[in-house]
Every structure is written in structure tokens, then in C-alpha cells.
Design a protein around this ligand. Structure first.
Ligand SMILES: Cc1cc2nc3c(=O)[nH]c(=O)nc-3n(C[C@H](O)[C@H](O)[C@H](O)COP(=O)(O)OP(=O)(O)OC[C@H]3O[C@@H](n4cnc5c(N)ncnc54)[C@H](O)[C@@H]3O)c2cc1C
Length: 386
């Protein structure tokens, strides 16, 4: 067992860390306040060569492993979870999904502009009435000649307002439940696609979240990803990777909160002493560190195993491990961010200090990519074999 990152992972981590400290952290509060990331940010990120980080090199990607993607996500999240979330939806939910499930022709067409950052990607699964119960989606795709005519509404879609390419799920056989779902590659230029609303959020402000409408949207048959009515396999394999991946965002949030808190505990003086000399503050810092370190082991292990499983490994161990990683780390990030606000006292509650932003951002990780409740159900079902 080797608990160290490889030299390549360390180089990647350091380059993203430097970029995030220089280009993102100084404007992170502005991104949150304006609920918008500044022009040029996406292009700067693309300049790092991480837009198709896990995509095969022949399609313009970096051909790296999932652990590398987790490292990038973690470092981006330390500065701005909002930027991390949007990058993750693009690089993982869209590009990584296409890399594993699309045909060679589809990859040749869609991946190069996504990997260069010219295009932005998203994933369209959730609907107004189908969140946790994802197989109950109501969006319908009916085959007519060389096209599918698609009708429905997608809800809470990250990058929805700016995306060019969306991995979209729709029912092609309403009677067959999970076995009637098909995955499509949607170009947002197709007729019948529109963004109906940009949604206002409590956290992750700056990462655009949208409601999307498909009204007689014409998707060519050649844009079916995988086979008709076999979309559930695409969806399920993607969910394990998504859970293993997004745990990295929780790690980044908790790391940032710990760093800000240690600094503040050394600087803030009360009763004539830095508050870091008080044992009740020390206990909080020690608990934050311990939970973070425990979370890292789970996160990195799940990332490595999820990658192996997707590349042809056997067994369902990864279902519960990926669910456990995001379950533990999402709740850990919220607890750690909450402690960070407490250590900062009244200043922690003020918008000019970053810890309140991290607390608001952390909460999403208990909801997106399957809620904490659903993650517990997945783990329990795997343990019980039911
Ligand atoms: C900011 C943001 C970004 C998102 N980005 C995307 C995206 O890019 N693409 C995408 O497709 N989706 C996205 N989502 C959607 C996200 O995956 C869903 O919100 C999530 O799966 C939960 O679905 P829901 O919101 O409909 O909640 P519901 O499923 O309605 O759940 C409500 C509550 O009931 C609980 N519950 C539901 N079923 C059970 C059960 N069987 N047992 C016990 N408790 C249960 C839930 O845990 C929760 O507490 C995003 C959401 C947000 C908020």
C-alpha cells in the first residue's frame, strides 16, 4: 500500500494550487456575490490542459487517471467550490462519460472542442419530479425516421445556461422503467432546446444552474450514446465515478476551512492571548484535521478503485465505497466548515470572510449526485445484498 501521490500527481497538484491561489482565490468572494464567473476564467482554466483530463489523448484529452481529476477538483475547491463544481460537471459528468460510453465517431466529433475548452459540457439527468428516483424520468424520446423527437424538462443542471454539449437521459420506452432509458448526446444548438430559467442558489454561486426545456427537440439517431434502452448502464457506471470524484470537492472545502481557521486562531487575540491558545479552540482544530485526514484516505482510495472498476474491474464493492466516500466527505465538509465559522466568531458570519461561503457551498455536496439518504441506502443494500 502506497499512501503517496506519484511525482506526476504532485506536479499537477502544485500547478493547479498555484493557479487557484493566483487567479481564483482573489476573486472568489466576487464570484459568489455576483453569481457569475468573470470573462476569461474558463479560457484560463483551459490553458492548464485539464478540460479533458481523463479523456484519451487521441480525442484531445490528457489521458490521466481519476485520481488526477480528484486532485484538480480539490485544489480548485480550496479557492472556489463554485469553479470546481462547474469544471467537474464539464470534465467528469460530461467529458469522462463520453470518453467511456460514446462511439469512436461520437468522440471524434464532440470531445476535441470540449477538451480544448472551446465548448462547455453538462449532464442532464434530474427533472422537476425525478431527483432521487432518477429512473422515473419523464422526458420522452420518440423515434421518427433518422431523429428522436424529445420532450421534457431538466432541472438543476450545472452549466445549463452555458453548455454546448449535454449528456441527456430520456425514456424511449415508458413501459419498461429503468430498462426504457436511453442516453443521448445533445448539442444545445439542436432545434427545440432552450434554457427556461437560470436558478438562484444558496451556495456555489457563480456556477450556473439551470432549468432546461426540450420541446420537440430533434436529436439525430446517431447521437444515441450506447444502445437504445440501455442508458441505465451508462447512468449507473457514471454515478459511481461521479460520487468518487465529487468527494474531492469536499476535501478541498475542508482543507481551506482548516487553513483559514489555523491562521485566524493564531492572529485573533482575546483575553490578551491568541484564541489558538484556548483548549476548546485547539480541540476544534484537532477534530477538523482528523476528520479531513480520514476523509482523504476514503476519497483517494475510492477514486483509484472507481477508475479500475470502470476500466473493467469486477464486483460491486465500488458502489458502496464510492457512496461511502461522498457520504462521509460531504458531511465532513459541512461539519468542518461549520467549525470554521465558529472559530471565526462574528467575523465568520460576515460575507467578507470566506468561511461562511465554504459552509454554504459544502451543503450542496450532501444533496447533489444522490443525497446522503440515498447514499446510506446504497451502502446498506450492498451490505445486506438486497
Ligand atoms: C446546485 C445543484 C446542482 C446540480 N447539478 C446537477 C446536474 O448537473 N445534473 C443533474 O442531472 N442533476 C443535478 N443536480 C440534481 C441533484 O442530483 C438532485 O437534486 C438530487 O439527486 C436530489 O434530488 P431532488 O433534489 O429531486 O430531491 P428529492 O429526491 O425530492 O429528495 C428530497 C428528500 O427526500 C429524501 N429521499 C428521497 N427518496 C428517499 C428514499 N427512498 N428514502 C429516504 N429518503 C429519500 C432525499 O434524500 C431528500 O432528503 C443538482 C442539484 C443542485 C442543487
Amino acid at each position: 500500500m502506497d499512501f503517496n501521490f506519484s511525482d506526476q500527481h504532485i506536479m499537477l497538484r502544485d500547478s493547479i494550487r498555484n493557479f487557484a491561489a493566483k487567479e481564483i482565490l482573489p476573486i472568489a468572494e466576487q464570484i459568489d456575490e455576483e453569481d457569475h464567473w468573470p470573462d476569461g476564467m474558463w479560457e484560463k482554466l483551459a490553458g492548464l490542459g485539464v478540460m479533458g483530463i481523463t479523456v484519451d489523448e487521441e480525442y484531445g484529452g490528457a489521458g490521466a487517471d481519476l485520481l488526477s481529476a480528484v486532485i484538480v477538483l480539490e485544489e480548485l475547491a480550496k479557492a472556489s467550490p463554485s469553479i470546481a463544481l462547474s469544471w467537474g460537471a464539464h470534465a467528469n459528468l460530461c467529458c469522462n462519460n463520453l470518453n467511456h460510453n460514446a462511439s469512436h465517431e461520437q468522440k471524434k466529433k464532440y470531445l476535441p472542442p470540449l477538451c480544448s475548452g472551446k465548448h462547455i459540457g453538462a449532464l442532464g439527468l434530474t427533472e422537476p419530479n425525478a431527483g432521487s428516483d432518477a429512473v422515473n424520468i419523464q422526458t420522452v424520446a420518440v423515434k421518427k425516421g433518422d431523429y428522436y423527437v424529445v420532450n421534457g424538462t431538466k432541472m438543476f443542471i450545472t452549466n445549463g445556461t452555458v453548455a454546448n454539449t449535454i449528456v441527456l437521459y430520456a425514456k424511449t420506452d415508458k413501459e419498461k422503467g429503468a430498462r426504457g432509458i436511453t442516453a443521448f448526446i445533445l448539442d444545445t444548438g439542436f432545434p427545440g432546446f432552450s434554457v427556461s430559467k437560470k436558478l438562484k442558489k444558496y451556495g456555489h454561486r457563480g456556477s450556473p444552474t439551470a432549468e432546461l426545456v426540450l420541446e420537440d427537440c430533434m436529436i439525430p439517431s446517431e447521437n444515441v450514446m450506447g444502445e437504445e434502452n440501455k442508458g441505465i448502464h451508462v447512468m449507473m457506471s457514471g454515478l459511481d465515478v461521479e460520487r468518487a470524484f465529487y468527494a474531492g470537492e469536499a476535501i478541498g472545502i475542508a482543507e481551506a476551512c482548516l487553513e483559514f481557521s489555523v491562521k485566524y486562531a493564531k492572529e485573533r487575540v482575546q483575553f490578551g492571548k491568541p484564541i489558538g491558545t484556548f483548549q476548546l479552540i485547539q480541540a476544534k482544530l484537532a477534530d477538523m484535521y482528523t476528520q479531513l485526514e480520514a476523509g482523504k484516505i476514503l476519497c483517494y482510495r475510492a477514486a483509484v478503485l472507481a477508475d479500475q472498476a470502470r476500466r473493467g474491474g469486477k464486483g460491486t464493492e465500488i458502489h458502496k465505497l464510492a457512496a461511502a466516500s461522498i457520504l462521509f466527505n460531504a458531511e465532513m465538509a459541512t461539519r468542518v466548515a461549520d467549525q470554521a465559522v465558529q472559530i471565526h466568531g462574528g467575523y465568520g458570519y460576515m460575507l467578507e470572510y470566506p468561511v461562511q461561503r465554504f459552509l454554504r457551498d459544502a451543503k450542496l455536496l450532501e444533496i447533489g449526485a444522490g443525497t446522503s439518504e440515498i447514499r446510506r441506502l446504497i451502502i446498506a443494500r450492498e451490505l445486506l445484498g438486497i
